[in-house]
Design a protein around this ligand. Sequence first.
Ligand code: SD4
Length: 332
Amino acid sequence: MKRRKFIKNASLTSLGITVAGTLNSCVDSSENTFVNPKIKPQIPVVIATWNVKFATAEAWKILIDGGSALDAVEQGCRIEEANEKGQSVGKGGLPDRDGNVTLDACIMNEQGNCGAVVFLQNITHAVSVARRVMEDTPHVMLAGKGAEKFAISKGFKKENLLTEASKLAWKKWAETSQYSPIINIENHDTVGVLAIDKNGDISGACTTSGLAYKMNGRVGDSPIIGSGLFVDNNVGGAVATGLGEEVVKTVGSFLIVELMRQGKTPQQACEEAIRRIVDKPNSQYKNFQVGYIAVNKQGETGAYSIHQWFSMTKYQNGENQNIQSDYFNKNC
Ligand code: SD4
């Protein structure tokens, strides 16, 4: 028995603790990797929030060719960022209440490195700027003008991200200027992608234009490591969509990964993270949506949301499927 595993088992025994099968089976010979040896890993795999089959197909192509999970999640996000019809990500995203399209994104690799951009304007591929922050700077996060300047210095093209369709929608909204988060329409459509490559390495990425008609300067959960996204290569990854303020307050994605580390399945972990939101005293959960997806080291996946109509797209075993998520609020 290797030394660390021996010490772990010895100290538990000396405390008189009966080690449950889950704990024992969750520690494999690499000591820190939480895998159940009884389950054959189903990899490669890619999952994404919402119905984004083109994004998962792009990521799958990379994975099946032996590419890295990091490239797969970045390229998956880029598909949706470039899709002007999607009004919640990248080009064509709905603006803030003053008419500015501002993007948030982050990326995290198998070594636990990460990069993020917040309040980025005029650059379509926020996820790729986040990757450059991770790879080319000593920092984790760049914001606003600084992020834009950095992107341009790296060769990203400056573009107007406000399309005619999004401008029209904003003008219509401005007639009443009523702000309230709306459940399950396109303004809750952050794209989060998690992938495991053929080597078994896990990466994740998340990209959004944030809540439509948000206050100018508002940043959500999506670029915040631990909230909108978290990856631990020994355990798994999780990503969030929905009302970012609620995700930040419960550090949702980190919570899910830690719950998986303790032996919960991805599905159980997503359900527990949603429960942390809805069980708060005076939770207003009936008025907003949050959805999580997660994957563990074996390629098992989970998805759960507060309300109906959240979905996950999964590409695994050669099949690209959009799957409706189970949800908490079955009473209305
Ligand atoms: C945010 N979580 O900015 C994002 C919005 C979102 O699907 O998920 N849209 O709060």
